[in-house]
Design a protein around this ligand. Sequence first.
Ligand SMILES: NC(=O)c1ccc[n+]([C@@H]2O[C@H](COP(=O)([O-])OP(=O)(O)OC[C@H]3O[C@@H](n4cnc5c(N)ncnc54)[C@H](O)[C@@H]3O)[C@@H](O)[C@H]2O)c1
Length: 439
Amino acid sequence: MKITVVGTGYVGLVTGACFADMGNDVWCVDIDKNKIENLKKGIIPIYEPGLEEIVKRNHEEGRLNFTTAIEEGLDQSLFAFIAVGTPPGEDGSADLQYVLKVAEEIGCNMKHYTIVINKSTVPVGTAEKVREKINEVLAERKDTELEFDIVSNPEFLKEGDAVDDFMRPERVIVGCDNVRTGELMKELYAAFTRSEERFYTMDIPSAELTKYAANCMLATRISFMNEISHICEATGANIEMIRRGIGSDSRIGRSFLYAGIGYGGSCFPKDVKALIRTSRQLGMESKILNAVEEINQEQRVLFAKKVADYYKGDLKGRKFAVWGLAFKPQTDDMREAPSVDIITALHALGASFVAYDPIAAENAKELLPDTNIEYVHNNYECLKDADALIIMTEWHHFRKPDFERMKSLLKEPVIFDGRNQYNNISMKERGFTYISVGR
Ligand SMILES: NC(=O)c1ccc[n+]([C@@H]2O[C@H](COP(=O)([O-])OP(=O)(O)OC[C@H]3O[C@@H](n4cnc5c(N)ncnc54)[C@H](O)[C@@H]3O)[C@@H](O)[C@H]2O)c1
């Protein structure tokens, strides 16, 4: 089957590569000429485990093609995915200009029946706007006979596990308004969803809202645990014990129960804001999501305050080693990373930094231009003569470090751990002043 994917970012490139890997003929379209030229040469713009190999292999074998010309893709494609960004606008609502621009381009260039599939995360009602836009363009073209269908197919992949999530999805959600389109989508996804109960067809608004509900639920769990961590700190309880105690309850489950410096990335912050905005537009105020967002922002401020308070608010001349900058491990994505706010706040109080992140440093440099950071290539290298270590991201190789070596390099054995990586009793026994979250 020939498939076009418009937007070759995290979602579009993974989608295109995985469909090509199943034998489809895929055309990935992007307006970024540089990105497309690099992809043709096998240069992958993002870090995503396993992606480079399948992109290169499928490109070399002629199943995965890159172009800036949408018409090349649309020609003979039955399926056209929209996978462009939906960043938050000034009021927090999802900015739909890129999605609607692609809808317009599809309308201008399509020559036969096409199933237009929205994979971008978009508010309820967007599918109708896409349909209206395409109809508007077809009317201008005087081609109102040309038929198309609209599908909402939100993407649930996680950065860092994106290929695996796409290849073995826990569910595929397809919102459509007729049985035939649903069946064609089922056939398209059959290679990934051998077991039928992983494929859910529903009406379009439900599919659109499912994506927001999922991300907002996960963000809520994180903020809930962060709020409980405040009670722990005030009472002497330990959030790690609470996490284990409640996570073992099958009704609750273990995922997304980690207290720390809060969520970041390109999805949770913007999707929480967008659903707050959608509710407001409908005349409702989301009490839960307002609190989720507020707690998440507060968590960064409180952590920076913990560091500042330890030094009685004076950080002039203090140098901090920083382990991890990305919003989570296994990604180079720095969008909305807590490290940015925390470093900025501490820098305003006079601190300087030596930072190590295995892959996000280049992206961090753009977001933290004037914050007195030296970047190094090894996690021990940055400890030398630092006043303390701050852990921002829970990269795997930070879990079992050589504590004696760390002590010998740091000026003082002080660790501020935003990700609760170590046992606080063992750290005390090892001779560290260990300040974490909710313990
Ligand atoms: N990143 C994630 O983990 C993730 C997960 C699930 C869903 N999503 C959602 O998927 C959507 C895409 O996210 P992303 O992270 O892949 O975005 P991204 O910013 O990484 O990529 C978007 C791409 O679209 C391209 N683009 C913009 N306008 C275009 C146009 N008119 N024609 C062709 N290309 C165009 C951009 O150049 C860019 O390469 C968003 O709605 C996001 O919320 C993202």
